[in-house]
Write a protein that binds this ligand. Structure first.
Ligand code: ZN
Length: 375
């Protein structure tokens, strides 16, 4: 397989392998890099994630038609804020979230590398996505979920035939449990959506699609909900890939939005730290971004600063208000995690970070159909 696994902070690199690997000096997960030689023409064919094959690991795709999602203008919120706002509708992916992009690439690579059995720790979208693509590829999947996970999400994971292991206690216990299981069983591959380099490689296609649809003229800003950071890092790295090839000529400012109840990146950004400190998470409806100690935290902060972005925490009532508002005013039925970014845009306009007339894109991460909606 072409490409290398590289450290984002030093020159350590190695051959691609199935398990996530951390840099021995920096202690951060490695990322996937396929060096492309610019400029164009790139041979792009078809639609969706695998349209971008020249950027991807060279493997046979395990695909359910993920990606190629619409970019839809906001009518009411954009006008109210005086900005050119567009939504990227990730909820229409095959399992209902943006995570299908990463799962498609990850499962394709793991299958090519000979994996038979994959595992992840997730209570929601990542678990559904991995279970679906594993089913499609004929792999067995074991998902370690916090015991308090939502029943709608668990039934979707079960429907794909995945084995569910409920782990009592707080969210990090599920991560510990899956890692222990993978150490014990060498056949079990840790297909981590937070640590695997191939997952993040799939997320970059959101940036590629936005840039291509806007005729290679990126928006001024993107506002992205951040938990583990695969979406955020994928988007930033995607724009960096395009910049490196000369397909775009500037980076958009990519801002990170977090729920105030669990905001390690915002806290570290405001304190000027290079690496976030773990926080004690409070309750939030935005369960998809409730990650107290993101493994790629240092990389997220570096990426944020590289794009001239900022980090914003939004209160629970702002998240709830945005979550209620979008279906009513824009016809968009979203998960609460998406509402974190919607509330984040209003906050950034309020602070003058986003100015009148500027263009902004928000990825709406997932469908509302899996969430227990209020009222
Ligand atoms: Zn390193």
């Amino acid at each position: 397989m072409r490409g290398r696994l590289t450290c984002p902070f030093c020159d350590y690199e190695r051959e691609p392998g199935p398990q996530p690997v951390f840099c021995p000096s920096c202690g951060v997960p490695l990322r996937y890099e396929r060096r492309l030689i610019g400029p164009t023409p790139l041979e792009l064919e078809g639609r969706g994630v695998w349209r971008w094959r020249p950027f991807m690991p060279e493997v046979e795709p395990v695909s359910l038609g993920e990606g190629g999602t619409p970019l839809v203008p906001s009518l009411r919120l954009g006008e109210e804020l005086g900005i050119g706002l567009k939504f990227k509708l990730e909820g229409i992916n095959p399992t209902g979230s943006f995570k299908d992009r990463g799962a498609s690439v990850l499962v394709s690579v793991l299958l090519a590398l000979g994996a038979r059995k994959v595992a992840d720790d997730s209570s929601g979208n990542a678990a559904s996505a991995l279970a679906a693509y594993a089913a499609r590829a004929g792999l067995s999947a074991v998902l370690f979920v916090p015991a308090h996970a939502s029943e709608k999400k668990l039934s979707q994971i079960r429907a794909y035939g995945a084995e569910l292991v409920e782990v009592p206690g707080p969210r990090p216990n599920a991560t510990e449990a899956v890692k222990a299981a993978c150490r014990k069983d060498p056949q079990l591959v840790y297909a981590s959506h937070n640590e695997s380099p191939y997952f993040e490689a799939g997320q970059r296609t959101i940036a590629y699609e936005i840039a291509e649809e806007l005729s290679w003229e990126p928006p001024d800003h993107l506002v992205v909900p951040v938990g583990g950071g695969a979406l955020f890092l994928g988007i930033v790295q995607g724009f960096l890939d395009l910049l490196g090839l000369g397909l775009i000529h500037r980076l958009p400012h990519v801002h990170a939005a977090q729920a105030a109840a669990c905001a390690p990146i915002v806290r570290a950004f405001e304190q000027g730290l290079a690496t976030p400190k773990p926080v004690a998470p409070g309750e939030t409806v935005a369960e998809g971004v409730s990650i107290a100690s993101p493994p790629r935290g240092r990389e997220i902060l570096a990426a944020l600063r590289k794009t001239g972005g900022t980090a914003v925490a939004v209160a629970e009532e702002e998240i709830l208000a945005a979550w209620e508002r979008l279906p009513k005013e824009e016809g968009l039925y979203i998960e609460p995690t998406s509402a974190v970014a919607v509330a984040g845009v209003s906050a950034l306009v309020g602070r003058g970070v986003i100015r009148a007339g500027e263009s902004v894109v928000i990825p709406l991460t997932g469908t509302g159909l899996k969430s227990a909606h209020l009222g």
